[in-house]
Design a protein around this ligand. Structure first.
Ligand SMILES: [Zn+2]
Length: 350
């Protein structure tokens, strides 16, 4: 996460086109919707229109597209043609789900493409395409309901691809779906990075970090199980969780009270309920958790249920670690898990 003082420093580096900062940060420009490297030759944006990111993926997920002048997705002195071609192909159809077959149509060898992409950006081409696609859906969510309503009324702007990308991830617009249920999704900024919250008027269904691996699949599962379309907007449970998260990050909240709806098997729900019984500031092993629910031999299933949790932070799956003290995995990334455990120790000690 980028602290305020770093933002000033990065902004100065941006103005100076300081090459020392190459690779350390990317800047998203709110007015143009593109993201750049520090040394971009284009006219520099005002500070208040800049958002800073440590990785290109974060910028993509925040809905920025790569700048055509500084090409932030290529090595500064060495633009790979294959990589460039792929980035451009994605920009033409940002909503598309890419498969190996598509590489062949571009006369690109899939394994070469995969290798080069991974080497440059630390993510595969498919991950890149997914981040870009997800970012577009997130853009709508960040823009909020008023903007969406305006667009629905006026007809979507220019590229219909953007609308497709949104509806493929979040479901068709309600008007096209007849009498379906509607869930609303909001973007929540936290000190650990942006999260997305999805809820109806009664309960919260999903709370996840935007860059969580597998988020798109989770959203899809949620849509199918609830037979719902998802549109940007706020409901009472979203207001509630936003308020509670702020308090939690301020160290002033130990129990979340926002009503939730669990979409899982009875076993999974039991595990999730049990997770919420772990006192703040403490951790448990998978085995301990399995024992608590009376299924000491089922710790693998418990670990799976733990991983299937869709309500990050609130249902504290981050409080479960390996018996030997290792942190084990976390859908939102190990650094976040460590941060949450440390943060909660401080709250617990108060
Ligand atoms: Zn640029």
């Amino acid at each position: 996460m980028i602290k305020t003082e770093h933002k000033q420093e990065y902004y100065q580096a941006l103005i100076d086109k300081n090459t020392d900062y190459e690779g350390l940060f990317y800047v998203g420009v709110k007015t143009t919707g593109v993201f750049c490297r520090p040394t971009c030759p284009a006219r520099k944006p005002k500070f208040e229109n800049c958002e800073f990111y440590e990785t290109a993926k974060q910028a993509l997920l925040a809905s920025f597209r790569p700048c055509k002048r500084c090409r932030p997705l290529s090595h500064p002195n060495q633009v790979s043609e294959v990589v460039q071609m792929l980035v451009e192909a994605i920009e033409e159809q940002p909503e598309k789900r890419w498969k190996d077959m598509d590489f062949r149509q571009l006369s690109i060898d899939a394994s070469t493409a995969r290798r080069q992409f991974k080497k440059r950006f630390g993510m595969t081409f498919v991950e890149y395409a997914r981040a870009r696609r997800m970012g577009i859906a997130m853009k709508q969510i960040r823009a909020g309901e008023n903007v969406i309503e305006a667009q629905l009324t006026a007809g979507y702007e220019s590229s219909s691809g953007f609308r497709d990308a949104f509806s493929r991830i979040m479901g068709s617009a309600p008007s096209l779906m007849g009498s379906s249920n509607i869930l609303k999704a909001s973007w929540l900024d936290t000190p650990l990075g942006p999260m997305v919250a999805i809820a109806d008027d009664e309960a919260l269904y999903l709370l996840e970090f935007v860059d969580r691996r597998g988020l798109e699949r989770e959203v899809e599962r949620l849509r199918q199980r609830t037979k719902s379309a998802i549109i940007p907007g706020y409901t009472q449970p979203i207001h509630s969780i936003e308020h509670e998260l702020n308090q939690y990050f301020d160290g002033k909240l130990t129990h979340f009270l926002t009503p939730v709806c669990y979409l899982g098997s009875p076993f999974q729900q039991k595990v999730w309920e049990q997770l919420r019984q772990i006192p703040i500031g403490e951790t448990r092993s998978y085995l301990e958790l399995a024992t608590t629910i009376g299924r000491p031999t089922a710790f693998r299933a418990v670990a799976q249920a733990n991983g299937a949790n869709q309500l990050a932070i609130m249902v504290p799956c981050h409080r479960v670690i390996n018996s030997n003290g290792d942190l084990a995995g976390y859908g939102g990334g190990i650094a976040r898990k460590q941060w949450l455990i440390n943060h909660e120790k401080q709250i617990g000690n108060k």
